[in-house]
Ligand binder design. Sequence first.
Ligand code: FES
Ligand code: FES
Length: 192
Amino acid sequence: MFQICAETVQAPVRAHMWPGTVGSRTGSIGKGAPVQLSVTVNGREERADVEPRTLLVHLLRDELGLTGTNVGCDTSSCGACTVLLDGQSVKSCTVLAAQADGAAVTTIEGLAGQDGLHPVQAAFQACHGLQCGFCTPGMIMASVSLLAELPSPTEEQVRDGLEGNLCRCTGYHNIVRSVLAAADGSTAGGTA
Ligand code: FES
Ligand code: FES
């Protein structure tokens, strides 16, 4: 059984880009000869021929069927598309698929282990860190990256670290509680 966080009050949080996000490097992109790429996604090697302009989020969703990565804005504003690229959180709507050639990508589908949910997933479940759930995959991936950099963050550091991820349900307080709970291990995984 997982523990339940005591607090359920919601509070707003500022929004700007997550510091670890790779910025848009689209340049003069457009149609062109297909790009052959090889990328390891959730531990599995994938090969694809994509247009040079194909974004990583569209490779994941449309070519690989990994629809847990959401598109909320397509303008690098919301963070719903956040995945890990070589361990660092990126907004996959700002990364060309070709830029992931040779890299390792982790999406929300690849986070849980054989023993159950990832501790951050378990914490979001236990602390009610979601409402409609649309932002949740991106929030969780950003939180995993944040905790990798700051294993014991303060509340302020969590709020700062997640500023690039927006929740239209405004459930920020429980999201922050979830990340703090994951950090202190009070809602450790295995709750699938
Ligand atoms: Fe990528 Fe909103 S869909 S930041
Ligand atoms: Fe609905 Fe965040 S839980 S958008």
